[in-house]
Every structure is written in C-alpha cells, then in structure tokens.
Design a binder for this molecule. Structure first.
Ligand SMILES: Cc1ncc(COP(=O)(O)O)c(C=O)c1O
Length: 439
C-alpha cells in the first residue's frame, strides 16, 4: 500500500504559492544571510490555517498520524517532535491519570526521562533487579505477581541491543491485571522484521519509539503508540497528555520527515530491511571478537577477551572512517540501518578482522549494586542539589539521574545513597562529578 503524504503536500503547495509569510518563524523562508539553510527554511512553517495543529489535530496531521497508526497496527499513534523523551512523559501521565495513586514496576535500565517523569508526576517506582544487573530486560512472573504496582515499564531493546521477551511479559502482566508499557526508543523498525517484534504487536498496551534512531527521520521525530487492546481513554486523552509537556511550536520539518517516512515504510522498506539484516548477520557471524545482544540492527562488541577495551576498538574504527554510537571500557556499540551500503559492511568486516588478537584483558566491569531508597525519587529530584567531586560524594544522596553509565544503567539512582563501592564504579567509568541533594 503506497501511502499519501498530506503534511509534505501541504507545505510543497504553500511554497509554490509564493505567498509572503506574515507569520512565524522569523526567517520567512527568505533570510538573505541564511543562503545555505534557506532550502530548509522554506519548509519550516508554523500552524497556519490549513496546516492543522499538533495535539489538536483534525486535518493533515491527523491524516498523517492515521497513516502511521495503520503501518503500526495501533488504535492511535501520535507524533512527537521532541523524541521519545516527550512521549515517555505523556505515556506516564496517561497511566497516572487512569489510576491516580500509581506505582510502576520498572527494570533498572530505564532512561533518565522515565525517572524525571515519575518524579514530576509523583509516581512511585519499584525497581526490578536481575541476576545480571547490567542487562536485566526480562521480569519473572513471581516478581510481577507479588508486586502491588499497577503497571510494568520495560526498556527494550536497550542500548546494548538486549531484547526482552515482550510477548511473555505482556501475557503475565495482563494475567495479573497490570498494564505493560515499553520504552521502544531503539526499536521503531522492529515492526517491519519478517518476524514482527514490535512491542504493540507482542501485546504491550503502549510504547514509545524514537523514529529518528532507526528510521530515516530527522532528529527529534518519534511516536507514542497506543494498542487497540488498551483502555480507550488513553487514545481519547493522548493529545492532552502530549500538550502537557510539549512545546507549542512543533517543528514542521520534523513532521514532514515523519510524514514522508510513512510513504517510505509503506513501499519496499520491509524487503530492504530484511535483506540488509541478512548481510549484517553474515558480518556478525564472521567476526571473531565477542558480541552481545540480539537486536538485528545493532552490533555490540565486547572486545576485552580479544585484548582491547571498547574505547580502543572505537578509536581503531574511527581511524578507518567508522564512527560508532558508543564505547566504554567493555563495549563498543554500532547502530546500522539499510541506508548503510553493503559495501561498507564488507569494509567494516575487513577492518575488524585485521585487528590483531592480543592477550585478554582480565579486569571485569564492576557490577552495579542493589541500593535501598534513602529518599523518595520525587523528593530527591526536586530537592536543592549541588555538584560534587566523586571523592566527596560517598554518603550523599544522588539527586539527578544524569549519571547513567554504562549506557542507560545508572550506577546509583535518584534518592539512593552513594557508597564507597559506587565511587569505584564511577572511577572505572572515568566519571568525576555527580549531583547530590544539598544538606
Ligand atoms: C532507551 C532510551 N529511551 C529513551 C531515550 C530518549 O529518546 P529521545 O532522544 O528520542 O528523546 C533514549 C535516548 O537515547 C534511550 O536510549
């Protein structure tokens, strides 16, 4: 099904009409000093008559969002021009407004936005720890059953490419009368796998996708999806929820990017994606450095057993023209999409396999510890805080979730007391400062 692009069509017609723009934004699509950017400026309009209103939509934006909802098989999909961060806040508000007093069971790899959203909305968090604290994505039935939380919050895929068994978790959650919501920021493309792994397909009630992370969408473009099986009040209230946190000046450039991506996804993308994954799988299968994660479009190397830190591999790849998403002492993360030419995969394979094996690095990443909550998250986030050197942080209460490391796994969360052992972990990741509650 070839989809239409109502937002793009509107803007193109507007540009062709040659009208003088007596409206925002200030560049008017004409600024003589902005010659290099004017090609973009002319597409940058605001909510003029006919252009619809994001979060009061009834025209071209609603039509375009309905296209996205059709692609994802949802009851409602709304656009975000402020990434998953905005969608997470709105999603948490929707649950909060359903239950009033709310407790959420969440895995520890939650993004900082989830924590600040809970603090702002006065939502209690019950953390779930797994055997391996670093990669916990799954939650045992016994944990879900024994918790009095009304909702479960999963981050999957995580930054390292670990994917949770959403189908199983959704089944357990619904059996125990709890909602399942998913941070799918890294997985917008999962819908288009031959074996569809999108959280909504697998039974989640709501999820957020950063379209910009894995689809050809401009930075900031994202979705909040609501399942056809979810409470209808979520769809009815979703624009209100987005409005509560969003800018009143949404980017039409980002909206056009999301609009055009519907068309891109509707014609040939599935085949292109799955063919690309076959090629990427060949690369993964032939690399001799250890890997982790099962996410199809990520390659995460664990090179210590090969004699290198993640940062060293990052540098080698950088010198050979590959810029990776992330590295630390233990991991190097690469994110792919079908926009990468297969010839570059072949070149990457040659570069990686030309790296000489060395004696293994035996030092291990220190395991993140279980902490007890000294102060409620909300109180810690909203308290007066100060930045201190890690040396002086022991015994103090962590105030902001900005100390997320390794990727998306905080060493210590807001409201928890920083221990001597945490100090060692901070040192391991070369973090020398953090924010603590002022005494
Ligand atoms: C797991 C996860 N969730 C949410 C976000 C926030 O997404 P965005 O940058 O689109 O606001 C990120 C960003 O990196 C992320 O990694």
């Amino acid at each position: 099904m070839d989809m239409n692009t109502p937002i793009c069509d509107f803007v193109n017609e507007y540009i062709s009409s040659g009208k003088t723009r007596l409206h925002m934004p200030g560049h008017k699509g004409l600024c003589p000093e902005c010659a290099t950017i004017n090609d973009i400026n002319k597409f940058d309009i605001t909510e003029i008559y006919g252009a619809d209103v994001l979060y009061h939509s009834s025209g071209i934006i609603k039509e375009s969002e309905n296209n996205a909802a059709t692609l994802y098989g949802t009851a409602r999909t709304v656009y975000s021009c402020e990434g998953s961060s905005l969608s997470i806040r709105a999603m948490m508000y929707l649950i909060k407004s359903k239950y009033g007093k709310l407790k959420v069971l969440a895995t520890r790899n939650a993004h900082s936005t989830f924590i600040t959203a809970c603090a702002l909305l006065d939502i209690e968090i019950e953390w779930v720890y797994g055997e391996n604290l670093i990669s916990v994505t799954d939650i045992e039935e016994s944990v879900i059953e024994s918790s009095n939380a009304q909702a479960v919050y999963i981050t999957s895929p995580d930054y390292l490419g670990n994917i949770a068994d959403i189908e199983k978790i959704a089944h357990i959650c619904h059996k125990h009368n709890k909602l399942l919501v998913v941070d799918n920021a890294h997985g917008a493309y999962l819908k288009f796998l031959n074996n569809d792994l999108h959280p909504i397909t697998l039974g989640a009630d709501m999820c957020v996708d950063s379209a910009h992370k894995t689809l050809p969408v401009l930075t900031g473009g994202g979705y909040l999806h609501i399942s056809k099986n979810a409470d209808a009040q979520f769809s009815g209230n979703v624009e209100n929820a987005m409005r509560l946190f969003a800018s009143t000046s949404p980017s039409y450039i980002i909206m056009q990017s999301l609009d055009m991506t519907n068309k891109y996804l509707s014609v040939g993308y599935k085949k292109k994606l799955n063919n690309f994954i076959i090629e990427l799988d060949k690369l993964k299968a032939n690399i001799t450095i250890d890997q982790t994660g099962t996410e199809p479009l990520k390659l995460t190397l664990m090179p210590k057993s090969y004699g290198y830190t993640g940062d060293e591999i990052y540098d080698i790849l950088f010198k050979n023209g590959f810029v990776c998403e992330f590295s630390d002492p233990d991991f190097v993360v690469m994110m792919f999409t079908p926009e990468i030419p297969v010839s570059e995969l072949e070149r990457l394979y040659k570069v990686i396999n030309s790296i000489e094996k060395r004696a293994p690095i035996v030092s291990k990443a220190p395991l993140v510890q279980i902490h007890s909550q000294t102060m409620p998250v909300r109180q810690a986030v909203l308290a007066q805080s100060e930045e201190v050197n890690i040396e002086n942080a022991v015994g103090r209460i962590c105030s902001t979730p900005s100390v997320a490391c390794p990727p998306a796994i905080p060493i210590v969360m807001c409201g928890e007391t920083i221990t001597e052992y945490d100090k060692e972990i901070f040192n391991y990741y070369s973090i020398d400062k953090c924010r603590v509650v002022k005494v």
